[in-house]
Structures are given as C-alpha cells and as structure tokens.
Design a protein around this ligand. Structure first.
Ligand SMILES: NC(=O)c1ccc[n+]([C@@H]2O[C@H](COP(=O)([O-])OP(=O)(O)OC[C@H]3O[C@@H](n4cnc5c(N)ncnc54)[C@H](O)[C@@H]3O)[C@@H](O)[C@H]2O)c1
Ligand SMILES: O=C(O)[C@H](O)[C@H](O)COP(=O)(O)O
Length: 399
C-alpha cells in the first residue's frame, strides 16, 4: 500500500491519488522530513524544496511537482539516488500567457496607448514564451525572441542575443527557469547593467521567478523613472516580497499567473500520469486514472460580451480588448488584493502568511480559451480576439 504525501494546494489531490494509496494533504511549507517518515510518494508544489538530504531516512521513492518550474527540486541528485522524479511542464503555460496579455492590455488602457506596432522581447521561449510570442503577434505586436539554449540546440530561429533584445524592445518579458549555475544561469539575469540597457520608457514583465530580476536594481531603475511600466507576479524572497519594490510597480500579484483553474488541474493530471508511469515500472497494479472532466465542467457557460466602443485607433483597440478580457480576468482585482493584504503589511512574518493565504484562497479563474465572445467583434479585431486572446466567437446563428 502506498502512502502519498501531497501539498494541500494540489487541487483534487485526494480524488486523483487516493485510488493509489492513502493520501495525507499538508500545506507545502509544512512538508518536513518528519512528515515524510511513512511516505513512499511525495507530491509537491513550488514552495517545498526537495533534495536527497530532505528525504534521508524516509521511504520516499517517487517525487513529483505539479508545477512547470523545478528550481525547488534537485532532480539530478534525486535521480542518481534512484528516486523517480517528474513535474508538469507546460501545464499552466496558457494561464501565464493570459496573465501577461491581461497585464499589457491593462497598462496600455491606463496609459491610453496601443500595443500594435510595439516590439515585445521574449526572454526564454519555452512553453510560456513560445505561446506568448504567437499570441502577441496576433495582437499586432512585433516579437523578438532570445533563448540561447534553444539557439545552441539548433531550433529554428530567428534568435537574438539578449543585448540586442534589450536595446530594441519596447516591452521585455522574462520566461526562463531560475538556474543558479552555468552554462545558462538566470539568477539576476536582468541586473543593473541589463536593466540600464533597456530603452528609456520600456516596460518590464516578470512572471518567471523573482530572482531572475535583481529586485534592488529594479527598485533603483524604477526610482530613477527610467522604465515606463512594470508588472511583477514573482518576487525575490517569496513569501516575503519587498514592499518598497511592490509599491513602485504598476501591476503586482502574489505568484498567481499560472493559477488558472484549468492549469492547476492539468498539473494534477500530469503528475498522476507520471506516477502511473513510475508505478508500472515497479510492477504496481494500476487502477483507472482520475477523470478530471467533472471538475473542469464550468457551472455556467463562460461568455463575455463584445464591448460597444470605437475601435478606430490603436489605443481604442487596446482599450476594447482590455474591456473584453476584464470580464474573464480582472488583473487589477488581483493587484488590489495583493496591495491590500500584503504590500501594506509591515511585519514580515504576517506578510508571509498573507502572501500564502492569498494564494491558498485564490478565486477560480478560467483560461480564456474556455470563453465565447457574444455580440459583434469588429472585423479588424477578429484575429486579436481569436488568436491573441484565444477566445471563440459566437457562430452567426448564435447572434
Ligand atoms: N508565475 C507563475 O505562476 C509561473 C507559471 C509557470 C511557470 N513559471 C516559471 O516560468 C518558467 C518558464 O516556464 P515554461 O513553462 O515556459 O518553461 P520551459 O522550460 O518550457 O521554457 C523555459 C525556456 O527558457 C529557456 N532558457 C533557459 N535559460 C535561458 C537563458 N539564460 N536565457 C534565455 N532563455 C533561457 C529554455 O531554453 C526554455 O526554452 C518556469 O521555469 C517557471 O519558473 C511561473
Ligand atoms: O512553476 C510553476 O508552475 C508556477 O510558478 C506555479 O504556478 C507555482 O505555484 P505554486 O507551486 O507555488 O503553488
């Protein structure tokens, strides 16, 4: 009989995994070596560091993280100890792209500017960055892509060096893993010099990992007024973000870019699939897999209404798209909750609790690809709505 310890923030973990053994759900930061004394399987999220030393003296033989990022799991050393390791690559990529597009449209609408014709520099072109590049092009944005590991592998370009991207981009967005070691270290990838190499007035987005951008250097760049706008979902020192930095950024959220419900459920499904694969190598009998459909079915059809507003200028079109997406996801509401509960909290311990609580109680948000747009979408905006936002249009018969 397996004993599975799972982060309580893995949705539907009990339903998905109790068919394989007993499940103990714990808050991620309470998964200590003592809590693992009887566990063979460990299912975590990003807040639980796992290495061979964490597992010394425990019977854990399989570790999976229901996340895209793996900087908290020492995958190589664990595998060398014969421990199965897995994660959920790409599970929440669509959710992060929705967050980035929501941030860009909100900033554009608040500044009364358009996005069309701007140059977006994407640093790290994997599951998130690749999708974002495609969707941004459909919004009329020019895209530059920087990904040295992919360029070195010979993946089809065009690729640009980071220096070129920083020099030529109106908006820079970071989607690399956090890697502390060469050959492609990303710790403080954007430090003072790189931030200084960005265009005056350029916008910066980080929904990857906090330490990929040097927070102190970013604070100084913002204080000097050099950058035009900043949107941050991730923070150095989580769960205790720097409040001085957070007060200066335009959009600030508590590491929830990947938290669309669909992406989190995909994480559960991918981890279950990995567990089944590992169990099959152990000759363990396999029950029927969990069916996520009933969890995923929305309570009511997911519909947004096409705004009745002019679309004759780039800024009007950005405002129109912003008014549309806010019906599905209001990024300002996440920003307000973060500022109200976390940024105003002077005591670091209570700030950490508030940060974790916002994440634990995150409201259900659905990926935009689940939405249908009701009403008339002006012809020039059809590619932006269908491919840029990923929403479906009403068929003419529905109108
Ligand atoms: N905020 C969130 O909720 C959230 C959600 C998902 C992922 N993430 C973070 O975003 C990261 C990216 O996610 P993903 O799913 O696209 O991962 P991915 O592995 O599919 O893509 C990462 C890409 O970055 C590239 N890369 C690595 N080092 C680089 C460097 N030095 N310069 C430029 N490119 C480099 C890789 O070659 C790869 O193509 C994850 O590792 C995770 O840390 C955050
Ligand atoms: O790497 C990821 O997948 C994301 O950063 C993920 O959304 C983090 O969420 P957490 O594991 O902290 O709940």
């Amino acid at each position: 009989m397996l004993h599975i310890v799972a982060d309580a923030n893995i949705p539907h973990a009990r339903e998905a995994f109790s068919r394989y053994g007993t499940v103990t759900a714990l808050p991620g930061r309470e998964i200590t070596p003592e809590a693992l004394s009887g566990a063979n399987v460990l299912l975590v999220r990003s807040v639980t560091p796992v290495s061979p030393s964490t597992l010394v003296g425990t019977p854990v033989r399989f570790v999976a993280s229901a996340t895209a990022g793996m900087d908290h799991v020492a995958a190589g050393p664990l595998a060398r100890e014969g421990i199965g390791v897995a994660h959920a690559p790409g599970s929440n990529a669509a959710s992060v792209v929705d967050w980035v597009v929501a941030a860009l449209l909100r900033i554009a609408a608040e500044k009364h500017v358009g996005l069309e014709g701007k140059t977006l520099g994407v640093v790290g072109v994997g599951a998130v960055g690749g999708r974002l590049a495609d969707r941004a092009r459909a919004l009329g944005v020019r895209v530059l892509r920087c990904d040295p590991p992919r360029a070195e592998r010979g993946d089809p370009g065009p690729w640009v060096p980071l220096a070129t991207l920083l020099d030529a981009s109106d908006i820079v967005t970071v989607h690399t893993p956090l890697a502390r070691e060469a050959p492609h270290a990303t710790l403080h990838l954007l430090g003072a010099a790189k931030l200084g190499a960005m265009r005056d007035g350029a916008w910066l987005v980080n929904a990857a990992r906090g330490p990929v951008v040097d927070g102190d250097a970013l604070f100084r760049a913002l204080a000097s007024g050099r950058l035009g706008a900043t949107a941050l979902d991730v923070w150095e020192g989580e769960p205790v973000p720097n409040t001085s930095l957070a007060s200066r950024v335009d959009i600030a959220t508590p590491h929830i870019a990947g938290y669309a419900f669909d992406g989190k459920i995909r994480g559960t499904v991918m981890v279950e699939a990995a567990l089944r694969e590992w169990l099959s190598t152990q000759g363990h009998p396999l029950p029927e897999p969990w069916d996520p459909e009933s969890a995923l079915a929305p309570e009511a059809p997911l519909v947004v209404d096409a705004p009745l507003a002019p679309v004759d200028t780039p800024e009007a079109r950005a405002a129109w798209l912003d008014a549309l997406v806010r019906q599905a996801y209001d990024i300002r509401a996440d920003d307000r909750r973060f500022r109200g509960a976390v940024v105003t909290m002077p005591d670091p311990d209570r700030r950490a609790v508030a940060f974790a609580e916002l994440r634990r109680t995150y409201p259900v948000r659905r990926e935009w690809s689940r939405y249908r747009v009701r009403g008339h979408v002006p012809e020039p905006l059809v590619p932006a709505v269908t491919r840029g936002l990923g929403m479906a249009l009403d068929t003419p018969g529905d109108r």
